[in-house]
Design a protein around this ligand. Sequence first.
Ligand code: ARG
Length: 572
Amino acid sequence: MIFEEQLERWLTEAFVQAFPGEAVVAGRIGVTATADERNGDYQCNAAMGLARLLQMKPRDIAERWVAAAPKRDGIEDVEVAGPGFINIRLTSTALAQWLIVMENDSTLGTPAVGRGRTVVLDYSSPNVAKPMHIGHIRSTVIGNALDRLHRFLGFRVVADNHLGDWGTQFGLLIMGYRHFRDEHRLREQPVEELERLYVKSYERSRADEEWLAAARRELVKLQQGDAENLALWQQFIDLSMQSFEPIYDRLNVTFDLARGESYYRDQLGAVVQLLRDRGLAEESEGAQVVRLEAEGMPVCIVQKSDGGYNYATSDLATIKQRMEEFAPERIIYVTDERQQLHFKQCFTIAHKLGWAPSLVHVWFGLMRLPEGTFSTREGNVIKLERLLDEAEARALKLVQTASPDMTASDQAAVARAVGIGAIKYADLSQNPQSMITFTWDKALAMDGNSAPYLQYACARINSVRDKFRSRFPDQDLTDCPLVLQEAVERRLALRLTRFPGTIMRAVELLRPSILADYLYDLAQTYSSFYQNVPFLKAPAGVRESRVRLGGLVASVLRQGLDLLGIETPDRI
Ligand code: ARG
């Protein structure tokens, strides 16, 4: 049980004592960290919500409640404040004990609440024959953080890269490939060339009906298994994957599966049949549609009048397959905001079919770049690889200034961690649903809410530790008790104890930014600790305690950043 849960249990026991017969309420008693430390360490606001039910003033409820609280080690003080807040102050001994539990635990006190539970995470999922662009970075980076966070809590995660590798675009692409391809470009920049071929073929089709009809015939041939078209299609996939892979490597992202839409192509007919059998799909102008008026949504076409299937049909088949194969309690999709209606429709239909997993769409807004809003259609596509190159180049300058004595190859390695980390963190530290404006200054700020700032904080702690070790080589820190005397020490200790609860909330709300906020706050608190009290010059005993506390801060920062997919170099 994490710290907060222990307090909740204790408050619940007190509540049952004070209000016997109201036990139903007890399951909903929660504590939160206080915003202002003068009000204690944790607070419980439940009394306010219980006034109606108990027919009492919140303040009276809180007072009776607190009076019934059993004595408990570790709690220094409980008081009722304002309209009925219950403020709790912990003893420094209890805090220190909990820190030692964290120190000795490979997950820093975080319980494996996900053990025996499965989630499928559908993320990244770029389209074949198109370059990955900045829009995809958000899905990849957010999805990968959610992936790491779930695994850390013990969930079985099936991370699936649901490539867009099947659909009507392949008819046009095959025509473009046959008539316009440039072998040289295809070797040099295969995906860019495929995209060019598609665009050229598409433009031709708008002016030339014969061309469009031919593209349709090629598509039908592909769908019917024509060997030549299948081989071309496979080649498009292979070329695309070869260009995606180095990006995944640079971002340190791996998947358990990369099943594209094509994997489900033989299951689409059965899905439509199932929808018909259940009375959910009906014919309309030759097409098969699911009406969703009652849910306030437009109809969902699951089979077109020409017999072709849609994106929604494919996603329904995908859910069914995942259910049967992995029995997940939840399937999480990470895409941009433009797919909200699509997923709402799919999820509604899945629920009508009685399918069990909870289905969640984690969507994010567009990313603004200094040049203007990013958009694929307008052609001002800033390619992902260029963005990563620039991040590393800019980080290298930072590192060269900060550590001129480092070898060039070490500098390059650190620059990679800092540059890629900066890009990821700029994304993960935001509420994904707000429009974010990316700027290099913010992403690389050594003194702001950025990856380099947090990485630097870790490196500084390491250097204090190294200095300590060289001066006191025989001192084993774990033999030295943690002393939490100064207000700033206590504040830091309290922040540390909130790590497990933070991870659990980030997973519950599917928001990596909750962890990023926490890490930034922790690093700032450490920084004021470090600036306000002596470390190596402190008296023996206090000195060891401070270095040890710093070590725990470094472990939490390192673990937290790792969960966001960000490396922490020893030095910067
Ligand atoms: N390929 C799609 C795109 O790039 C994203 C796919 C998301 N996953 C899904 N199961 N539909 O827009």
